[in-house]
Design a binder for this molecule. Structure first.
Ligand code: RB5
Length: 150
């Protein structure tokens, strides 16, 4: 499993903690930054991580901003990206089982590092259930095609 991670300035500290955890767990990780608390625009990082997930098979993205909302809105503009904003593990589990989410977004001003890491572990450790959920994901893909989004 390949993982890309990115944050804006508001998410930088939490990103570092998540990166440290994932590296210690031997995950293959591409860190797109940012690498300081200098002001950064979340759509730029969402674009980088979404691009990685579009290109790489069996990959996931993690995006962190102050609320997780901006990252979620921005990432979901990219074809094939299903980004889910989660603030607890139950939603993270369902985002994978039901929605086949491939990007997790987190709000650093909403949750602390312990909860964030629980959410990340749940997200990365849960499989898509397929079945009836596949039909629904296909309808989302069809909507993307009809809207001709990139
Ligand atoms: C930055 O202040 C903040 O707006 C951003 O991190 C994010 O919360 C946007 O959704």
């Amino acid at each position: 499993m390949k993982i890309a991670i990115g944050s804006d300035h508001a998410g930088y500290r939490l990103k570092d903690q998540v990166v440290e955890y994932l590296k210690a767990s031997n995950h293959e990780l591409n860190d797109y930054g940012v690498f300081s608390e200098e002001s950064a625009d979340y759509p730029d990082l969402a674009s980088a991580v979404a691009g990685f997930v579009q290109r790489e098979e069996l990959s996931f993205g993690i995006l962190i901003c102050g609320t997780g909302i901006g990252m979620s809105i921005a990432a979901n503009k990219y074809k094939g990206i299903r980004a889910a904003l989660c603030a607890e593990p139950y939603s993270a589990r369902c985002a994978r089982q039901h929605n086949d989410a491939n990007v997790l977004t987190l709000g650093s001003r909403v949750i602390g590092p312990g909860l964030a890491i629980d959410i990340v572990c749940t997200f990365l450790g849960t499989e898509f259930e397929g079945g009836r959920h596949s039909r629904r994901i296909e309808k989302i893909s069809l909507a993307e095609k009809l809207m001709n989004r990139k």
